[in-house]
Write a protein that binds this ligand. Structure first.
Ligand SMILES: Nc1ncnc2c1ncn2[C@@H]1O[C@H](COP(=O)(O)OP(=O)(O)O)[C@@H](O)[C@H]1O
Ligand SMILES: [Mg+2]
Length: 284
């Protein structure tokens, strides 16, 4: 799906990541971790051709980024979904119309402007809303939704694009613990149900450990760890975070608190499951 051979990349004359050798297969769920400024966002952006490749072979799906025309790059980007910390939704439109905009390349602009969708398009949108658990708020304006709901609308919109790869840059960093957990669950569901390759930059180590099939750690412009979560031991940890302290000590108090409250509540209140949340709002 994605293959890098001895790739260096950066901005202008500045190299940010160097000598990357990397293979990502279909259906993987990858968590990228590392200190702030390590180059996580740069790596994600490079997958959609937004960063200059100065050396090596960079292959994404069936294209070589080294030699790609503008038209081919546009087409490639259409096959890759991208979600951000800031959602990037049209706030005055409702959730449904935002999701429909993900299908824009298949629906004419004219039809989307007059909001005329076919039954088949609507039923697809409905399916995506169900997958991310926002059915109950489909007709609400996005600025009336919570952060977690907005992020799930953004994910549904990316899904409407029928992407082969879904990139998520710190998708839960701005969310409360419960919403963050729900968004991670949704990403995992999409990964399993549709076989979409998911690559997410994650601030919370525990989310990476619990949801990802593979973790990549970036430090000093290189990938210093690339393995299953179970192998993320103290040595790997100190390479990634360049510190001698243990994984446990490293966590900032608020991060620890956020993590604990999420896991406590998750165990204690199974009703936090999105289906139940939806059922409740359906009944209301
Ligand atoms: N558009 C850009 N132009 C120039 N330098 C950038 C740009 N974006 C990021 N950088 C630099 O690249 C390095 C890696 O940044 P980034 O990929 O955002 O790290 P992370 O996502 O891990 O916090 C930083 O030194 C940052 O200042
Ligand atoms: Mg970043």
């Amino acid at each position: 799906m994605i293959q890098l051979r001895n790739v260096s990349l950066g901005y202008g004359a500045t190299t940010i990541l160097r000598n990357l050798d990397l293979q990502i297969g279909r259906g993987e769920f990858i968590g990228i971790i590392g200190l702030s400024g390590a180059g996580k966002s740069t790596l994600l952006s490079s997958i959609i051709g937004n960063v200059k490749v100065s050396k090596g072979e960079y292959r994404v799906i069936d294209r070589h980024l080294n030699r790609i025309s503008k038209k081919e790059l546009k087409d490639l980007r259409g096959r890759i979904g991208f979600i951000f910390q800031g959602y990037n939704l049209v706030n005055r439109l409702n959730a449904l119309h935002n999701i429909m905009s993900g299908m824009l390349k298949k629906i004419s602009l004219h039809r989307s402007l007059i909001k005329l969708y076919s039954d088949q398009e609507l039923s697809r949108a409905h399916e995506y809303m169900k997958v991310v658990g926002i059915e109950a708020v489909a007709l609400q304006r996005c600025d009336a939704l919570s952060g977690g709901q907005r992020q799930r609308v953004a994910i549904a919109r990316a899904l409407a694009q029928e992407p082969e790869i879904l990139l998520a840059d710190e998708p839960v960093a701005a969310l409360d613990p419960i919403s963050a957990g729900q968004v991670m669950e949704v990403l995992k569901r999409i990964n399993k149900q549709y076989g979409v390759t998911v690559i997410a930059n994650l601030h919370h180590l525990d989310f990476a450990r619990d949801y990802c099939s593979r973790i990549m750690g970036i430090a000093d412009g290189q990938i210093v760890f690339d393995d299953v979560p179970e192998h993320l031991n103290e040595t790997a940890f100190s390479k990634i975070y360049k510190t001698a302290v243990s994984a446990k000590e490293y966590e900032f108090p608020e991060q620890q608190a956020v993590k604990e409250s999420y896991y406590d509540m998750k165990d204690a209140v199974p009703a936090m499951e999105m289906e139940q949340e939806m059922a409740a709002s359906d009944a209301a």
